[in-house]
Design a protein around this ligand. Structure first.
Ligand code: G16
Ligand code: MG
Length: 217
């Protein structure tokens, strides 16, 4: 039976991709090159340092490790400044309603995010009290598509992996869920998320009964 749901943060519960984008764009401009919204698609679900590597590749730059750490810290300081004013109005449509309905039906809820800033975002949007377990980038060694973030979530919930369903907007996250032995709901377009068990455009109108329908799959 399905007894737990694990949620990715950026792109599933909130749209922080736009803040990541303006911070990376600011860094690229300071380094002297353009960074487009299309380029930003490549950073979704990817860890901070891996994102920086992609950005530097786009700019044709290869600085040493120390400089890279400075650049990542600079981007993060801007990003933290942008997300510090977030509030509950930035929770994506349907997300809070769906989480509340899970709680009412006794289904456990966990976070499985790559972000090291997840706690700040959950606190600012008022989402923290809904989670039975929170696994973020400060608790993991391996980035998605490694399944670590989700297997740790299941362990902290005390639920077997086969009873978990993951909600993800990134291909790497869907692969991570599959490798963890979990079912997965993709949020976005079927073209990129085709490997999920079910793809929906958003959590708006999504119900616990539809979730439980995945048990037959
Ligand atoms: C999020 C974003 C990524 C970001 C990563 C690390 O992941 O999708 O773009 O690079 O977190 O974030 P930070 O720099 O805050 O540690 P997720 O897993 O919530 O989609
Ligand atoms: Mg995501």
């Amino acid at each position: 039976p399905i007894t737990a749901c694990l949620f990715d943060l950026d792109g599933v519960l909130v749209d922080t991709a736009k803040y990541h984008y303006i911070a990376w764009k600011r860094l690229a401009e300071e380094l002297g090159f353009e960074f487009t919204e299309q380029d930003n698609e490549r950073l979704k679900g990817v860890s901070r340092m891996a994102s920086l590597d992609i950005l530097l590749e786009i700019g044709g730059l290869a600085p040493d490790e120390e400089t890279k750490l400075d650049l990542a810290a600079k981007k993060n300081a801007w990003y933290v400044e942008y997300i510090s004013t977030m509030d509950a109005s930035e929770i994506l449509p349907g997300a809070l309603e769906f989480i509340q309905s899970l709680k009412e039906r006794g289904i456990k809820v966990a976070l499985g995010s790559a972000s090291k800033n997840a706690m700040l975002i959950l606190n600012n949007t008022g989402l923290t009290p809904y989670f039975d377990a929170i696994i973020d980038g400060t608790k993991t060694q391996q980035a998605k598509p490694d399944p670590e973030v989700f297997t740790l979530g299941a362990r902290e919930l005390g639920v077997p992996t086969e009873s978990c369903v993951v909600f993800e907007d990134a291909e790497a996250g869907i692969e991570a869920a599959t490798r963890a032995g979990m079912r997965c709901v993709g949020i976005g377009s079927p073209e990129t998320l085709g490997r999920a068990n079910l793809v929906i455009s958003s959590l708006e109108g999504f119900t616990v009964d539809r979730l439980l329908g995945l048990q037959e799959k």
